[in-house]
Design a protein. Structure first.
Length: 574
């Protein structure tokens, strides 16, 4: 018998391809040009988030063809299908952003349904933009069939008047323009060069943060998440992933063998060490939920607190993803963390080997300064910090990478939606020292937990980034910098303390001791709560209304279903 042969008697596709009763099903496969041999091989779903919405996903169709060649070379039959994405860079700053976080769960759900409906045996999931990465990995963990994740790759940096730029510079340029520090001609010049290629936003924003997670958690092949989208080496990684997923089928290695509590701790460690996006504190609990593991915002924050910040990446640092890949990639970052005892080396990965085995031959590159040794970090604690206090009993999160001011106190300036706050910033109707409060933007109240990059970037462009602070029950883009606290919970829509704030209330933010509080007594908060009443959502039907009915607190990942703990049947009984 050929060593590449796989017995399908326990694989899901047996329900479609095996036995006389499945002749009608096989006729559909013959109609698409498959041969007898291809029909009776394992069927591998190749799921991509390809679309023409943004550069993040535009190269995924091409890369999927390389994956399919790899699957076929290893005696599997690839079946390509697509799912949606909502790209935050385009959804940002208007009502479209309400669709962003909801899209994560739609992506996971739609991949699950496509896999279930067609009884595919394994999955190579390909994603290129913020929510599509966790959404695809959530589907892998939920289905628990042999799976490998492929990132579409980052965009190349732009060049403007002799300096390297990203889309972050454009959002901040809006603020510069609003105070007369940039004219329309330069703004036009910048927008034409900031994004020069296919690929996701180039710095350690959410897409690259979750790409880093994919390698650290063990669902992606080493080095595959770091290569920029235009680099031809991406095809080699894609082909290798196609071949390797067939090896996982043979060895019956599945995502829940890989995504353990210790693997999640590794993932949180690389987020902190790379100064990654605060959104990881939302997505890691959601991924854990799919595996039946309790791992909430406070668990993530505890790891952030003890992890050194070592990768000098934008938005807080100097470099972009391309630079880290060329310096040695994510394995270089992981190697120094492992050597200094910050990673669990015994965690299994999609290579069939452990983290320590994968990193065994990685050599330190002393000719680069993108990644510092973990023994000599940029700062001794991670680039992201968890906060808690009477204003956030269920926690909050702040990205401190690159920040100089780690404590702030000032009077509240309250807004019930982002647009009103942005207008105040644009018209400069605020004071230095204010603490902006943007509420009713949480998972349920938004609905959809919008990101606030438009407002925070405008503040930085006005030169006020370190002279004011901002808190919200919504989210922040990975490109956000400054004293900006997100994920404040409980959210305003369910009567959390953030809903009870009034203009002038004194708020204290302390990223050293991890505190977010308001100078009000428990009695005063209780009095205000008694007078508070919930608001009706502006959506009465449709996908966003449905999301608002189902979604849970940000602390646990903004979940929309019971997860692995609620399972009553197993999709793949292999």
């Amino acid at each position: 018998m050929n060593s590449n042969y796989v017995d399908k008697s326990r694989l899901p596709s047996r329900h479609v391809t095996e036995g006389p009763s499945r002749a009608p099903h096989r006729s559909y496969l013959y109609a698409m040009g498959l041969t007898h041999q291809q029909i009776h091989q394992p069927l591998v779903g190749v799921a991509t988030c390809w679309n023409e919405s943004a550069p993040c996903n535009i190269s995924l169709m091409r890369q999927a063809q390389a994956v399919k060649k790899g699957v076929a070379a290893a005696r599997g039959t690839p079946r390509e299908f697509t799912t949606i994405t909502v790209t935050d860079g385009i959804a940002m700053g208007h009502q479209g952003m309400k669709a962003s976080l909801a899209s994560r769960d739609v992506i996971a759900d739609s991949v699950e349904l496509s896999m279930r409906g067609h009884s595919y045996d394994a999955l190579v999931g390909m994603a290129g933009c913020d929510k599509s990465l966790p959404g695809m990995m959530m589907a892998m963990i939920r289905l628990n069939v042999p799976s490998i994740f492929i990132y579409g790759g980052s965009i190349l940096p732009g060049s403007h008047r002799g300096r390297q730029v990203t889309v972050q510079d454009l959002f901040e340029a809006v603020g510069l323009h609003s105070v007369g520090r940039m004219d329309e001609q330069e703004l036009d010049e910048l927008e034409r060069v900031a994004c020069p290629s296919a690929g996701a936003c180039g710095a350690q924003f959410t897409a690259n943060t979750m790409a880093t997670v994919s390698e650290a958690i063990g669902l992606a092949l080493p080095y595959s998440a770091g290569a920029p989208a235009p680099y031809e080496i991406r095809d080699a990684f894609c082909s290798a992933a196609g071949e390797q997923v067939m090896e996982l089928v043979r060895q019956r290695i599945r995502p829940r063998d890989i995504v353990t509590r210790r693997a999640l701790e590794n993932a949180a460690t690389v987020v902190a060490a790379s100064g990654g996006s605060t959104n990881a504190a939302l997505h890691l609990p959601a991924m854990a939920h799919e595996a039946g593991i309790e791992f909430d915002l406070f668990d993530v924050a505890e790891i952030f607190k003890r992890t050194p910040y070592v990768a000098d990446l934008k938005p807080g640092g100097k470099y972009v993803a391309k630079d880290m890949f060329e310096a040695g990639g994510i394995p270089l970052l992981m190697k120094t963390l492992l050597d200094e005892g910050f990673l669990h080396g015994d965690c299994l990965t999609v290579t069939g080997r452990t983290i320590a085995e994968n990193l065994e031959k990685v050599q330190w590159n002393d000719q680069q300064d993108v990644v510092r040794p973990a023994s000599n970090p940029i700062t001794k604690t991670g680039g992201v910090v968890g906060l808690r206090g009477n204003l956030a009993p269920d926690g909050a999160i702040v990205k401190v990478a690159g920040m100089k001011v780690l404590k702030f106190a000032g009077p509240a300036r309250c807004f019930d939606r982002e647009e009103d706050c942005f207008n105040a910033v644009t018209n400069k109707t605020y004071n230095e020292g204010d603490v902006f409060v943007i509420r009713y933007e949480g998972p349920r109240g938004g609905p959809g937990m919008r990101e606030m990059l438009q407002t925070t970037a405008a503040l930085y462009g006005q030169g006020m980034g370190d002279k004011v602070a901002l808190i919200t029950d919504g989210r922040f883009s990975g490109a956000t910098r400054g004293f900006c606290v997100g994920h404040v919970g409980p959210e305003a829509a369910v009567g959390g303390p953030i809903a009870l704030l009034q203009d002038g209330d004194m708020i204290t933010l302390d990223a050293i001791d991890g505190v977010l509080s308001v100078d009000l007594s428990d009695e005063e908060l209780a009095k205000r709560k008694a007078q508070w009443s919930p608001r009706e959502t502006q959506f009465g039907s449709g996908a966003i209304w449905k999301y608002a009915q189902q979604v849970g607190p940000a602390r646990y990942g903004a979940l929309t279903h019971p997860g692995a703990k609620g399972e009553k049947e197993c999709y793949a009984d292999i």
